[in-house]
Design a binder for this molecule. Sequence first.
Ligand code: HEM
Length: 411
Amino acid sequence: MTDPIDLADLAFWRQPPARREAAFARLRAREGLAFFPERRVPLLRKGSGFHAVARHADVVEASRNPKLFSSEPSVSTPEPPGWVKHVFGEALVNMDDPRHARLRRIVARAFTPKMLAKLEDDLRRAAAEIVDDVLAEGPGDFVRQVAARLPIRVICDMVGVPQRDRARVHRRVDVSTEYTGVRADLVRTLRMAAGNVYALVDLQRLVVRLGRERRGRPGDDLVSALVNADHDGERLTWRELGSFFTLLLVAGNETTRNALAYGLKLFTDSPDQREHLLGDYDARIKGAIEEIVRHATPIMQFRRTVTRDCELGGQELTRGDKVALLYVSANRDETVFKEPDVFDVTRDPNPHVGFGGPGPHFCLGANLARREMTVMFRELFTRLPDIRSAGEPVLLESNFDNGVTRLPYTF
Ligand code: HEM
């Protein structure tokens, strides 16, 4: 049956978060899963509709069972336009086993503890330079001056993008993140989509060039590790390398940026939590980060497609049905989290699904994101002890990316 709350209507996602959260609470409390017929969105194929998975237990069950809840052909709702596959190629996030397992095995080389330890110095230097610039420029927009700068720089360091190409990467990423694929204005959407395709193709061209330079002449960087075969003879094809780079930029950039921005807002709104954290930063930051990711939920949902008739959350499902895993709702499930709206850095346990549910697609970059946030907040709170947000965040209009486009701040 359909529900008066309409998650397929973009107007739903434009509402203030508190209104959306009240709607999710109703979806969690009802029996079965609410079904939402899809609407037509410019440039996107109109699908039949999707079931909303709002309860934590159901999100976990679907994530754990990829044979029944497939990530192919895509994990976004509405269905992405055909060109996305051409441009992105076959992305890890949209694959099932055995293809997913093979690709993840190769790209996981980028995220070993050794690789992350190697990045630590770069990360510290990047955070320190960002704060140097902030001190020179004075306060303004936290997203532009701080949150947007760190993740992209880290990905460039990881991939080994030469300094001379970095401005180009920044420009392309700015264009590509402007397009969210869910806007109602057709002309604007078309213009942004065209810019987005060009930006993504150019980013792929750049990393493939780096890969060609480094195949057979490996350096100590990620591209070298991915394009040269390991002891099992496995390596990425050029196309896979291009797709992986754009996936890293898309998956690792905005998510971490938004988590940093929400973090500052949450610490400003809850000074007691900040004080508690600063009482023993090293011991308490781990729990604080998990709580920021739970409370903010930078990625609000991913989709799965049902591979055979089954049941989820008391709802009969048929092969081909789509289910939207609403991390944003699961992370406020009152049966799992006591006082779920409260930001509590001591919350323990904190089994949030902000990095995805348990299963093969659990965020590959979770440890990197945690390190980035640990280092950045340490630098900020040490050198700008009275830093705080100074107004409400300007939010992106999206049903997927819980994006902050602007956050005024002061120190
Ligand atoms: C706070 C920051 C982040 C959040 C909230 C986040 C969230 C997520 C979520 C929810 C998924 C699950 C996808 C699914 O189940 O279908 C995911 C997957 C993924 N994330 Fe993250 N992410 C973050 C940071 C990063 C970073 C820094 C990177 C890399 C630089 C990254 C790379 C990836 C990749 C490659 C996948 C796909 C894994 C797969 O399909 O096997 N993420 N992320």
